[in-house]
Write a protein that binds this ligand. Structure first.
Ligand SMILES: [Zn+2]
Length: 109
């Protein structure tokens, strides 16, 4: 699935047929936020520009401490799984994922 932002950047979204998602994504070019909903990897409706007022709650980003805090709150609220969309990872995600697994995950298991 391709999300063409109003800035002109085309954002590639993984089209996996098993992917059901309702949430927000951020344009890789300008940072604009879009609400999107996918069912079976296909859009339920066209992505809509969205407010970033609560986008911080939908993103796992920031320092190691900020990610530990957010994941801890999610765990305490009953979340049992974290899904990391591969569309935002660098070409070689291993160093980033290794650091995530060694510095963030042990604190919230
Ligand atoms: Zn954009």
């Amino acid at each position: 699935m391709m999300l063409t932002c109003r800035c002109g950047v085309k954002n590639y979204l993984d089209p996996y047929p098993f992917w059901n998602f309702k949430g927000r994504t951020r344009c890789a070019g300008c940072g604009a936020i879009y609400a999107l909903e996918l069912a079976g990897g296909a859009p339920v409706r066209e992505p809509q520009p969205a407010s970033d007022a609560d986008a911080g709650d939908a993103l796992l980003a920031g320092s190691v401490g900020e990610m530990r805090d957010k994941l801890g709150r999610l765990r305490d609220a009953g979340a049992g799984m974290v899904f990391i969309p591969s569309m935002f990872l660098p070409a070689d995600p291993r160093p980033l994922l290794d650091r995530f697994m060694s510095e963030v995950v042990p604190a919230v298991r």
